[in-house]
Design a protein around this ligand. Structure first.
Ligand code: 5GP
Length: 188
């Protein structure tokens, strides 16, 4: 059966760590949905691995072709979207598709996929810890950091709309809980 696992969380909640751990632990079963973005690649990122990095013009032409399952302007002037072809490709491989998207995108996917999907909200233990993690990450310039902090605060209010809330306090435990949750969903 076609299945989808949707992970959303405020920036700085440890979402990428959890998602990468699951992909490494269950490579035969899970596959990452590579999104399109118009933001520039970070030094360690590769086109076709973390994202498909497109220009705004290319993104808009995909939009005109109705190529996206969902898309959002996640940050000012920066677009992100999930391609229909990406989801179809991974389902055709018999994989459960794993999404790392913002809260609005996550709820949008959940609405479209219905019972095929489990939507998981990863929650930082406290707003103070979240701010601390975001500030230390320093991959963003100052004005982007401020925008990310503001968005993270807003995103925290969406947890009630998710199927499961997973608190990321002690990382080792979070990873174990995430694994158990995913296995349980896959066995259903
Ligand atoms: P970053 O720029 O840090 O990689 O991602 C910023 C935010 O955009 C994260 O919350 C990430 O989950 C979200 N995001 C990544 N891909 C997509 C997508 O295809 N759609 C939506 N709605 N959000 C996405």
């Amino acid at each position: 059966m076609q299945k989808a696992l949707i992970f959303s969380a405020p920036s700085g909640s440890g979402k990428t760590t959890v998602v990468n751990h699951l992909l490494k632990t269950m490579p035969e079963t899970l596959a990452f949905s590579i999104s399109v973005t118009t933001r520039k690649p970070r030094p360690n990122e590769e086109h076709g691995r973390e994202y498909y990095f497109l220009s705004e013009e290319e993104f808009k032409s995909k939009l005109a072709e109705d190529a996206f399952v969902e898309h959002e302007m996640v940050y000012q002037g920066l677009y992100y979207g999930t391609l229909k072809t990406e989801v179809e490709r991974l389902w055709a491989e018999g994989k459960c598709v794993l999404f790392d998207v913002d809260v609005k995108g996550g709820l949008n996917l959940k609405k479209q996929f219905g019972t095929k999907a489990k939507a998981i909200f990863l929650k930082p233990p406290s707003i103070e810890i979240l701010m601390d993690r975001l500030t230390k990450r320093s991959t963003e310039v100052e004005h982007m950091l401020k925008e990310r902090i503001a968005k993270a605060k807003e995103e925290l209010s969406f947890e009630d709309q998710y199927d499961v809330v997973l608190e990321n306090d002690v990382l080792g435990e979070t990873l174990k809980n995430a694994e158990a949750l995913v296995k349980n969903f896959l066995d259903q």
